[in-house]
Design a protein around this ligand. Structure first.
Ligand SMILES: Cc1cc2nc3c(=O)[nH]c(=O)nc-3n(C[C@H](O)[C@H](O)[C@H](O)COP(=O)(O)OP(=O)(O)OC[C@H]3O[C@@H](n4cnc5c(N)ncnc54)[C@H](O)[C@@H]3O)c2cc1C
Length: 392
């Protein structure tokens, strides 16, 4: 085999690419991994607030958005969160469950990058950073890549260049362009797990709520998430908002139930003899700043004993059916992931290989499989990487 010829070339040395490289080389393939960035796996480094939420114990196909809801099932079943934690245990990397099955490193995210780097080196993967791929051609012999570091050939080519989120650290549309070059369909992309913006008029209306984080059930149509939400100076953020943003489309209304466990009208009825001002009464359920803001929005601070039916109904609407129409998202610069991507109808769910292009694979976020917040996106990166590598 010539020096510049490999069994497998992987473009993108991020979560999926590195995982795929070490598995592929571990089973005897000659593997080259290329990345245009000078730093390895930057997204792992910045993930999970610097402690990488590397998987979720509750991983299931329902935790992913895709035009084909079943596409991820096979890969997720073959490489599970337990497989990844076993790998960490073998290498003495400690972690903890923060909440809702989310596993985070005890140390900085760098430990995951170092582990993947070690596994790649140990299995003989050749890695070239700061390498731009300028052209890809395919012949019956395989793929020929022209790059800033020379010409490389391989039988199999894996695209692991991720999505469009955080272009500041190297995200590019490269993967989608390669898919298009080979005639694969793309599901339209959009920023996901992203804060939502409000119109200046609404921002002004809700300005007293800015900076307040509160428990909420946040919904778009029939999809809802129960976690914290937060009003910001631009609009809405917090885990519940990030989650719902992945389902939000321009023009959709967002509904927030600010008191999901109780019915405020019943609470008022049961406290009809209370002469506390409404803001004080609501402070039993919300922070006092939030209670003041709600009363401000309601334009009524009468005690429960004096509220009439329509005022109680308005309060119920405000608290249980708080409705806003976001004007947009904060975009890819603030998004954690990209919704959409290479259409799953174009790929084999067992191997991630393109149905009509022998030897061409797509793994990780570039595929139209988008996880919920909480470690699901890395789990997809690991699982899709494993599925591809095991088929080589
Ligand atoms: C701020 C932030 C926090 C996050 N936190 C979490 C979390 O805690 N848990 C979780 O599950 N998910 C998290 N995510 C999402 C997660 O990081 C991604 O889903 C995951 O990294 C996708 O893996 P990937 O390998 O497909 O792509 P990436 O990890 O993005 O890797 C793609 C690689 O391809 C390279 N590349 C791109 N274009 C080119 C090109 N033209 N030529 C050569 N190389 C190229 C990039 O430099 C990069 O190294 C977070 C994302 C962000 C932005």
């Amino acid at each position: 085999m010539q020096e510049n010829t490999f069994d497998v070339i992987i473009i993108g040395a991020g979560a999926a690419g590195l995982m795929c490289a070490q598995f592929a080389a571990g089973s005897g393939n000659k593997v080259l991994i290329l990345d245009h960035s000078h730093k390895l796996a930057e997204k792992i480094r910045i993930s999970g607030g610097g402690r990488c939420n590397f998987t979720n114990l509750n991983t299931a196909p329902e935790c992913y958005i895709s035009q084909n809801k079943h596409f991820a099932t096979s890969a997720l079943a073959r490489y599970t969160p337990q497989h990844f934690t076993e790998l960490l245990n073998q290498h003495n990397i400690t972690y903890h469950e923060k909440t809702l099955g989310q596993l985070f490193c005890d140390d900085k995210s760098q430990v995951i990058i170092d582990l993947l780097d070690f596994l790649c080196r140990d299995s003989g993967v050749l890695r070239l950073m700061e390498t731009n791929v300028e052209n890809i051609e395919r012949s019956s012999a395989g793929f020929t890549l022209t790059s800033s570091k020379g010409i490389f050939k391989s039988e199999k080519l894996v695209i692991a260049t991720g999505g469009l989120a955080i272009p500041q650290i190297g995200a590019t549309p490269f993967g989608y362009q390669i898919a298009e070059q080979f005639g694969l369909a793309i599901v339209p992309t959009a920023p996901a797990l992203v804060p939502l913006c409000l119109q200046p008029q609404q921002l002004n209306e809700f300005k007293t709520l800015s900076g307040i984080s509160f428990d909420s059930e946040t919904s778009v149509d029939k999809i809802s998430f129960r976690e914290n939400s937060l009003f910001t100076h631009r609009g809405l953020s917090g885990p519940a908002i990030l989650q719902i943003s992945s389902y939000w489309h321009p023009g959709d209304k967002l509904k927030l139930n600010l008191l999901p466990n109780l019915d405020i009208s019943q609470e008022i009825e049961s406290n009809r003899n209370s002469n506390k001002r409404l803001s004080n009464f609501l402070a039993n359920y919300f922070s006092s700043r939030m209670a003041d803001s709600l009363v401000n929005l309601l334009k009524c601070d009468l005690p429960p004993s004096q509220l009439n039916k329509s005022q109680i109904a308005n309060l119920g609407q405000l608290i249980h059916n708080f409705t806003v129409t976001p004007s947009g998202t904060e975009g890819y610069k603030k998004a954690e992931v990209t919704r959409g991507g290479v259409a799953t109808t174009e790929l084999n769910s067992k191997t991630m290989m393109a149905n009509n292009v022998d030897g061409l694979y797509f793994i990780g976020e570039v595929v139209d499989v988008t996880g919920h917040l909480g470690g699901y996106n890395f789990q997809w990166a690991w699982a899709s990487a494993y599925a591809a590598a095991k088929s080589f």
